[in-house]
Design a protein around this ligand. Structure first.
Ligand SMILES: Cc1cc2nc3c(=O)[nH]c(=O)nc-3n(C[C@H](O)[C@H](O)[C@H](O)COP(=O)(O)OP(=O)(O)OC[C@H]3O[C@@H](n4cnc5c(N)ncnc54)[C@H](O)[C@@H]3O)c2cc1C
Length: 474
């Protein structure tokens, strides 16, 4: 392999590997370095997302949802099943297979696009004239130089002070995705996106799940109507959600974890088979040699970048979870592609106002743009319209009428400011709202678009009609 590159990307998560592919597509000599390793020593590109994040969590969510559906929803379709059983080892093996397919897919894409891949840890090792020297240590050890460096080193779980993650009893996302048998009692500290998804997996498989959330309400970043509906639905499913709690003590034995916490001022002691700690993630720059070259990071450890992902160092860029903005795979990808294009002399743009958010609970939650709280706080005069899935024919046919779609539009211009959903497959429905907002659409535009019948997407059209007080099916 060559030792001089136009672009070297450090980290092959969704941000890094897509940046590398795009740079190579644009004719730049590109290398990507990543240190994630599979059992057996093979490289595992794809980062947090592929190995212990988006992909394995969705694999387990699907398995557990299938199990719950068969157990609870098939009866009314006239389908009876006896001897229903859950083989957790097989479910986990399937998840690993899905992860492995994605790792291999990225290695294939690197080959196809002529991206040189180095398996190991990449670190800044000074300069060679204007170029950056990068030392790779590990299986693919090498000394390479790069005209441009893209730092895409991602994030790691935030620790609960004084509580060690052993991934046996006290689990981070990695351990939560690999519990070998369904726990009887599972505690989850942090009822954010990851906590809710992991809690849902194990609840569906039969665990009694208690969510312990420090904030005074569930999902404060979500639109208020959607968060209220979510709390109602999740509680009905059996997730015990406690908000406004304060953890005082965590004691771990070889068999269980005992947590002492204050709930509305009252001391509570509870014992769980496992405790998942999902209180957010922090940027990761360990071993990158950032200090040695003076790469500026802020007080929270994020690499400092401008709107174009430029750092304080010449020709050094940073993208994804290691920089400001939402910690989402698709945000990392957009930044990665835009940096590659900028290096190649193009003028790309990432619109942070139209980055969709999804929580893959059942029902799913998805949104784009501003919430009602934010619009009110900004003093914007707005109109909002909602449409429930109870009034949607396809939802009735599917047998899942939970949730609603809500659209918020500027009262004067009718421009869509935000779209918020909770319901079946809203992770897919949100794309229509993203597209509309990206093109500066009004609610009237959506209301006048022909939506196929019967589809769940008709709920989006009806919510748009509701903005003007003229739903047709409610
Ligand atoms: C349980 C869970 C579920 C999630 N689900 C979703 C979801 O459904 N949708 C979504 O959008 N987001 C989801 N996320 C968030 C998503 O995983 C991240 O936003 C995304 O992975 C960030 O991508 P990235 O490229 O910035 O970094 P990462 O994916 O963290 O990748 C960074 C890579 O760089 C490597 N690395 C670090 N330092 C070095 C070095 N010095 N040398 C070589 N390699 C290095 C790391 O080992 C890693 O492979 C989830 C996260 C978790 C934990």
């Amino acid at each position: 392999m060559a030792d001089r590159y136009d672009v070297v990307v450090i980290g092959a998560g969704p941000g890094g590997y897509e940046a590398a592919i795009r740079a190579a597509q644009l004719g730049l000599a590109t290398a990507c370095i990543d240190d994630w390793t599979r059992a057996g020593g093979k490289p595992a590109p794809g980062g947090t997302c592929t190995n212990v994040g988006c992909i394995p969590s969705k694999a387990l969510l699907q398995s557990s949802e299938n199990y719950e559906e068969i157990g609870h929803a098939f009866g009314e379709h006239g389908i009876s099943v006896s001897g229903l059983a859950m083989d957790v080892a097989r479910m986990l093996a399937r998840k690993e297979k899905v992860v492995g397919q994605n790792n291999d897919g990225i290695l294939y894409l690197f080959k196809k696009n002529k991206v040189a891949f180095f398996h190991g840890k990449g670190a800044f090792a000074g300069k060679d004239g204007d170029a950056w020297k990068i030392a790779v240590t590990g299986p693919g050890a090498a000394q390479i130089t790069a005209t441009h460096v893209i730092v895409a080193t991602g994030s790691k779980p935030r620790a609960l002070p004084g509580v060690a993650i052993d991934n046996v009893r006290v689990l981070d996302n990695e351990g939560a995705l690999a519990i070998p048998k369904v726990p009887k009692k599972l505690g989850v500290v942090g009822a954010g996106v990851i906590g809710l998804e992991m809690g849902s997996v194990w609840r569906r498989l039969g665990a009694a799940v208690t969510m312990l959330e420090a904030l005074p309400s569930l999902l404060p970043v979500v639109d208020v109507s959607i968060a209220k509906e979510a709390q109602k639905l999740f509680t009905k499913q059996g997730l015990a959600i406690h908000t406004g709690i304060r953890i005082n003590d965590v004691k771990v034995t070889s068999d269980d974890v005992t947590v002492t916490y204050d709930d509305a001022g009252k001391p509570v002691t509870a014992t769980y088979d496992h405790l998942i700690v999902s209180i957010g993630r922090v940027p990761f720059t360990g071993g990158l040699g950032a200090e040695s070259v003076g790469l500026a990071v802020d007080e929270r450890g994020f690499v400092k970048v401008d709107d174009d992902c430029k750092t304080n160092l010449p020709n050094v860029w940073a993208i994804g979870d290691v920089v400001r903005g939402p910690m989402l795979a698709h945000k990392a990808e957009e930044e990665g592609v835009s940096v590659a294009e900028r290096i190649a002399g193009q003028k790309p743009h990432v619109d942070f106002n139209t980055i969709p958010w999804v929580i893959y609970t059942s029902p799913e939650i998805a949104w784009v743009g501003q919430t009602e709280q934010q619009v009110k706080e900004a003093g914007i005069d707005f109109r909002a319209g909602s449409f429930p899935f109870t009034a949607n024919g396809r939802a009735r046919a599917i047998g899942d009428t939970r949730g609603l779609v809500k659209m918020i539009a500027d009262r004067g211009t009718d421009r869509i400011l935000g779209v918020h959903m909770i319901g079946p497959m809203v992770s897919e429905l949100i794309s229509e709202a993203v597209t509309a907002m990206e093109f500066g659409a009004s609610s009237e535009d959506i209301a006048r678009i022909c939506h196929a019948h019967p589809t769940l997407s008709e709920a989006v059209k009806e919510a748009a009609l509701a903005v003007d007080g003229r739903t047709l099916n409610l």
